[in-house]
Ligand binder design. Sequence first.
Ligand code: ZN
Ligand code: ZN
Ligand code: ZN
Length: 92
Amino acid sequence: MVTSSYFCYFLVHCRWHAVSSWTWDAQDETCGICRMAFDGCCPDCKLPGDDCPLIWGACNHAFHLHCILKWVNSQSAQAHCPMCRREWQFKE
Ligand SMILES: [Zn+2]
Ligand SMILES: [Zn+2]
Ligand SMILES: [Zn+2]
């Protein structure tokens, strides 16, 4: 029956999406600071996912949260985006 097979397909699809829900929707595929892939984690973390989130700046560049925090803390004055050199601000 057409309706029930469609329903099965829908269920399988939803489950697949739930499993891979931590893949991020970023423009670039690698972090501009550590050069690791966004579907992996930063060098300080062992497991990708919610423990090593991505963060976007006001300039729309994305980095691992841990990488940009390290970067911001290493700057003596106002931090600038490592990619475009605009003043770094976390996107609201
Ligand atoms: Zn990184
Ligand atoms: Zn991390
Ligand atoms: Zn930027």
